[in-house]
Write a protein that binds this ligand. Structure first.
Ligand code: 5AD
Ligand code: SF4
Length: 468
């Protein structure tokens, strides 16, 4: 057993990051067995799930979309807000019910919740019937834990709190044949006061440039059109490598692989350099689409959040990006109801939204996370008031999203067509600015970047027609 520990998770040292190479174990040891894997949370988790799928498939498991048919249920969890937690515990309730009729069912959780001391303690107390808890730093141990569970039903927790390492060579079953996620770094050292990520994902660890470039080159060979470079704070890429190689250098080298589209998430305004802006503007295959979380438009709240910039500094950066990158779209994240945020402070956020007119924003009510500094902050604002503010903010966000989309009406834009849409007989894809388009066109344009004329606009998506 390796049980996570909050005190250990907070530590940061100067120890050099270890790189481990994955060795596949327990190949084809099961026959006719199915796994059900559900993923919660961010793109990083989605990509980790792609690795977990491949590890299970190496063991001989096949995927099922239906939990009732599964021999193994694995939940890849998220800790970012309380509702993500609640959903997982709800799902575990369903899995327990299933296990009461299917005695050999294996049930495990992975992901950020697995790294939380409070979650591990609760599982030890109330979820002893589960088979395993797998931390974020040791995905490669999945096959070992599943193998041990096949032999004997007994709760195993392998989620050591540590700064983390880099694991190269994990197998991947990618969800798409058109676009791919590529990790460029793990962890985060920013310690924003509300955020649990630095505790669940460990210290910032960049992958070596060569390993990233090789992965992208391979994807190009396999016919992929797009890569999304992933990290909690990608602009700080390379700072921990001591080789004088930055996110700008990486963007240039990835652009030179000639992959058709490059995206990257998530950017912290603190590390966004002028060089980087110029590079994005210069290379056609780096998409003009930037996710730039602001979190709040009030300087006192930003300070309490530990964000390291002011509203004015954010606006300066925002305007510079808009000026230098033609046609760029900028999206953001905003938290309302940070402890004791008053009406005036909230109005500063509305003012910032009125100035930035974001293409899209993801908005959240502050959620207390155990072990973060913000957990201890007094809060006198009612949840009702917070919900009212969220509603008001969303109305404004939606207004600007629609306004921005309107500019595209009757224009012809480039769309990477990904596959069938859930709308009847339509295809779906994304513009270079990352706007969702449902379009009419023949199936043989799937996987291609094509011209699409926008015929109708909505707040969250566009409709269009393929132009030959
Ligand atoms: N409460 C609410 N929202 C949060 N986020 C991160 N931590 C919290 C929290 N404790 C939001 C931030 C971040 C996004 C991924 O989730 O806006 O950018
Ligand atoms: Fe969390 Fe801040 Fe790191 Fe983003 S930059 S993952 S919000 S601590």
């Amino acid at each position: 057993m390796n049980i996570p520990n909050l005190k250990e998770a907070k530590k940061r040292t100067n120890k050099e990051v270890e790189t481990n190479y994955y060795e596949s174990k327990y190949q084809n040891i099961v026959n006719n067995k199915k796994y059900f894997l559900k993923t919660y949370g961010c793109q990083m988790n989605e990509h980790d799930s792609e690795n977990m799928k491949a590890i299970l498939e190496e063991m001989g498991f096949e995927e099922t979309e239906n939990m009732e048919n599964a021999d193994l249920v694995l939940l890849n969890t998220c800790s970012i807000r309380e509702n993500a937690h609640n959903k997982v515990f709800g799902m575990l309730g369903r899995a327990k019910h299933l296990k009461s009729t299917k005695i050999d069912l294996i049930v495990g959780i992975a992901g950020c919740m697995a790294q939380e001391e409070v979650v591990a303690q609760e599982i030890l107390k109330k979820y002893k019937w589960m088979d395993f808890v797998l931390g974020t730093h040791n995905i490669e141990q999945l096959s070992e834990l599943v193998y041990a569970s096949l032999k004997k039903h007994e709760l195993k927790i392998e989620a050591q709190s540590c700064e983390g390492k880099v694991i190269e060579g994990l197998p991947t079953t990618r969800n798409s044949k058109v676009k791919a996620f590529v990790n460029i770094m793990y962890g985060c050292d920013k310690f924003c006061t509300y955020c649990i990520v630095p505790y669940t994902r460990g210290k910032q660890r960049s992958r070596k440039p060569n390993d990233i470039i090789k992965e992208v080159e391979q994807l190009v060979k396999e016919g992929y059109q797009e890569v999304t470079l992933l990290g909690q704070n990608v602009n700080a890429y390379g700072k921990d490598l001591n080789i004088n190689y930055t996110m700008t250098d990486l963007l240039v080298d990835v652009a030179k692989t000639n992959i058709n589209r490059i995206r990257f998430v998530t950017s912290h305004p603190w590390d966004f350099t002028d060089d980087m802006i110029e590079t994005i503007a210069k290379y056609e295959n780096i998409m003009p689409s930037i996710h730039l979380p602001v979190q709040s438009g009030n300087n006192e709240i930003l300070k309490l959040m530990g964000r390291r910039y002011t509203k004015e500094e954010y606006l300066t950066l925002f305007n510079k990006i808009k000026r230098k990158i033609p046609n760029v779209s900028i999206t953001t994240d905003i938290i309302v109801g940070f402890p004791n945020e008053n009406e005036e402070q909230f109005n500063d956020t509305l003012d910032l939204v009125n100035k930035c007119k974001f293409d899209l924003a993801f908005t959240f009510i502050f959620s207390k996370r155990v072990g973060t500094p913000a957990e201890k902050m007094q809060d006198t604002i009612s949840i009702k008031e917070k919900e009212k503010r969220l509603y008001k903010l969303n109305e404004l966000i939606n207004k600007y999203a629609l306004e921005n989309n309107k500019k595209l009406l009757n224009k012809t834009v480039k769309v990477l067509v990904e596959g069938p849409s859930d709308k009847n007989d339509m295809l779906m894809g994304y513009t270079d600015t990352n706007k969702l388009v449902n379009l009419k066109g023949p199936n043989d344009i799937i996987g291609q970047i094509v011209d699409v004329k926008i015929t109708n606009i909505k707040t969250w998506s566009l409709d269009g027609e393929y132009v030959k």
